[in-house]
Design a protein around this ligand. Structure first.
Ligand code: HEC
Ligand code: HEC
Ligand code: HEC
Length: 188
């Protein structure tokens, strides 16, 4: 009897500590804030040597995704879906057209401009802590500070490119990635 009690006790405290660790993890994650694309291009991501990520992004549909929500067509789509607010003010539209899903306004910094649509941080995670050059130089450290590097790119894209999108068309990963590919040139 008492042995059973002991085992239960061990399992119980085990579960509690796991929960504790997980909630601590969440807390430390939400301390990262979204700083906006202008912060990312400041010194680093607009040069030829770095791979021109900024202009590739700027010329892509992602940078215009919020502007798209400000069109009449978007408003009529929102209306047809039964929303009573304009598309650009409808959270169920904004969630894919600005950031990823589940992002709270309190995680945005003043430098973050929603009008810039799906930005670097929508895909690479909030940059307030990894943005510093000293951190960014070291990929491992950057990842510790919130940088997201995707190993399963397709799965990640489907986060937004799915049937929940009112204008969804089949997402064909390879050609879609080619349109927005923005590699860092290989170091010589
Ligand atoms: C946070 C949500 C989100 C994620 C994640 C995302 N996208 Fe998008 N993507 C969009 C939205 C919204 C549009 C439409 C923008 C518009 O037309 O205004 C779009 C449009 C595009 C377009 C242009 C399509 C066209 O026909 O004009 C391409 C290409 C694209 N995405 C590729 C990708 C790839 C590849 C990935 C994964 C690496 C990805 N996207 C991840 C939201 C997202
Ligand atoms: C739609 C999602 C999406 C957007 C928007 C986006 N990226 Fe990426 N990015 C990716 C994916 C996916 C990769 C390839 C895997 C990886 O390294 O995470 C990548 C790769 C990179 C790499 C190359 C890493 C390497 O070692 O080759 C850099 C640098 C980068 N992104 C910076 C940026 C910057 C800066 C912006 C904004 C101007 C941006 N990205 C916008 C999804 C995105
Ligand atoms: C699950 C993510 C997601 C949600 C939610 C979402 N969108 Fe989109 N939207 C996308 C993606 C991805 C694209 C580009 C490719 C596509 O249509 O699948 C897009 C493209 C668009 C386009 C441009 C394409 C066209 O045919 O004109 C409009 C307009 C649009 N969305 C309006 C809206 C409105 C309005 C809402 C809210 C009622 C909304 N979207 C909700 C992901 C989403």
């Amino acid at each position: 009897m008492s042995a059973v009690f002991k085992i239960n006790y061990v399992i119980f405290t085990g579960i509690i500590s796991v929960l504790f660790i997980l909630s601590g993890e969440n807390l430390s994650r939400s301390k990262y804030k979204y700083v906006g694309v202008n912060t990312c291009i400041g010194a680093c991501h607009k040069s030829e040597e770095q791979g021109n990520q900024f202009s590739i992004w700027q010329n892509s549909a992602h940078s215009k995704a919020f502007l798209t929500l400000q069109t009449e067509r978007a408003d009529s789509i929102a209306k047809a879906k039964g929303y009573e607010t304009r598309a650009a003010e409808t959270p169920q539209c904004v969630k894919c057209h600005v950031l990823g899903k589940d992002i709270d306004e309190s995680e945005l910094k003043g430098s973050f401009d929603k009008a810039q649509g799906v930005q670097c941080e929508s895909c690479h995670g909030p940059g307030s802590e990894y943005r510093k050059l000293s951190v960014m130089k070291d990929k491992g450290r950057a990842v510790e500070k919130g940088l997201i590097i995707h190993t399963e790119k397709e799965k990640f894209c489907i986060h937004c490119h799915n049937e929940e999108s009112p204008t969804y068309f089949e997402f064909n990963y390879e050609p879609m990635w080619e349109i927005i590919a923005h590699y860092k040139p290989k170091e010589k």
